[in-house]
Design a protein. Structure first.
Length: 437
């Protein structure tokens, strides 16, 4: 693999793309450490040392921002507003006919949907930035820290608006950096920024597990987590590459004196067709009751029940609810992202058919049947992978977003595989042997 990387750097055009991407990554990580105006950075560092905030309500968002959220930096919101906007637009495409028509228009329609995604990202960034500033002002961002309420010393309207505008501008800059990587770099700009954000938290989280261990000065726990992480990476790579290939035969057609068609191909249906989105949906939905309980005053019975059952990641009710939500959202997302009737109609239009299955409605029913069968193991696999952090919470005292957690490992492996495939595709014409031999 190192030889393959060396060959990639020996190619002039690809070397420029790789170096350009690395430069953008350096700029992104610098922005993740620049505090915004109006924040007392010394108090933030004090709270970071005192309070174990990674196990709190904002742990998932902090992971996606590369640790910038809890430090309240320029890139504090991370890439989450863009991810949320993309998911919302993708869901609305099924509901709103205008968006569905744009999706079918090709490149022009995709550019229009991308423009809508940017507008929605800015709106979500303003909303999330306002919520983050309000949380920091009340001291709820770092529970248990004595100086949490002094993070924002000046709570005037002008300072508050300046903080929100700065974080929103940071999100816009991140969108621009991601698009630069897509256009002038190696591609997948937003995915690479997400990859870097998650990977940036690995060293500190792993070292925290070593320092908190008791066996052989923590090295036993450290090595066990590394070993479990490597096993998980292998499992995720195996399942992410697994697919059910449905054969498709196209009949020959005579147009004038030429014969068209008569070829054989297949429809690849991945076992994990939904990707990491069900895990993100389930995590976000479980944060809603915890968020409501956190800002609710008093000690009512329902607030105490939520704090005891839906906030702690090692509680059985939390585990069961999390697992069931992942399974539900896996089926839900697959149902809206893959339309068997549309695929069957397109196949029938171009003279394609599945051997042994009649074209039209029987083909759609067969595709739906196969998709439901392979979604079951895919959804159970997602649920089990996502529960690994919970088991680590009990076994090693790690937090709910420890390095080899379900969400992080799925994104790391998925983006890594996709990036490697893109680099390979750019070097195939040079008789390149490839990373994955």
């Amino acid at each position: 693999m190192l030889t393959a990387f060396a060959r990639a750097f020996k190619t002039p055009d690809l070397r420029k793309k790789l170096l350009f991407t690395l430069g953008i990554v350096v700029i992104y990580r610098l922005g993740a450490h620049i505090p915004i105006p109006g924040v007392d950075y010394s108090n933030v560092q004090t709270c970071m040392d005192v309070a174990n905030s990674s196990t709190g309500l904002f742990g998932l968002v902090n992971m996606f921002s590369g640790g910038a959220l809890l430090q309240i930096t320029v890139f504090a919101l991370g890439i989450m507003p863009y991810i949320t906007a993309s998911i919302i637009l993708q869901l609305l495409t099924v509901v709103i006919p205008r968006l569905e028509a744009l999706k079918k228009e090709g490149q022009a329609g995709t550019a229009k949907i991308t423009q809508y995604t940017r507008y929605l990202t800015v709106a979500l960034a303003i909303l999330q930035g306002t919520g983050l500033v309000a949380t920091a002002r009340t001291g709820a961002l770092f529970q248990g820290c004595p100086v949490a309420s002094q993070i924002v010393p000046d709570q005037s309207i002008f300072i508050t608006i300046t903080m929100v505008i700065t974080m929103t501008a940071g999100t816009c800059v991140m969108m621009w950096l991601g698009e630069l990587i897509t256009d002038r770099g190696i591609g997948n700009g937003m995915s690479i920024l997400m990859f870097i954000s998650i990977a940036a938290t690995f060293p500190s989280a792993l070292w925290a597990i070593k320092q908190g261990g008791s066996l052989a000065d923590g090295w036993i726990e450290f090595g066990t987590v590394i070993l479990v992480g490597l096993v998980m990476v292998g499992l995720v790579v195996f399942v992410e590459q697994a697919q059910r290939r449905i054969p498709v035969q196209y009949a020959k057609r005579m147009i004038g004196r030429r014969s068209y068609g008569g070829t054989s191909t297949y429809i690849p249906l991945k076992v994990n067709q939904a990707g990491v989105i069900p895990v993100i949906f389930a995590s976000s939905l479980l944060y809603i009751p915890a968020l409501v309980a956190q800002f609710a005053g008093g000690d009512s019975s329902w607030k105490l029940w939520i704090d005891d059952h839906l906030t702690k990641g090692n509680h059985p009710i939390y585990i069961v609810t999390y697992f069931l939500l992942i399974v539900f959202f896996a089926f839900f997302y697959v149902a809206i992202s893959f339309n068997p009737e549309e695929v069957a109609d397109n196949m029938k239009k171009y003279g394609g058919f599945i051997p042994g299955i009649r074209a039209g409605r029987p083909t759609a029913e067969y595709l739906s049947y196969v998709l439901n069968r392979i979604t079951w193991p895919g959804s159970l696999y997602l649920g089990l992978i996502a529960l690994v952090p919970t088991m680590a919470l009990v076994g090693f005292g790690a937090n709910q977003n420890f390095p080899f957690g379900g969400t992080s490992i799925l994104i790391i492996v998925g983006v890594g595989l996709e990036t490697v495939k893109q680099i390979e595709s750019q070097l195939q014409q040079r008789n390149y042997e490839g990373f994955l031999r």
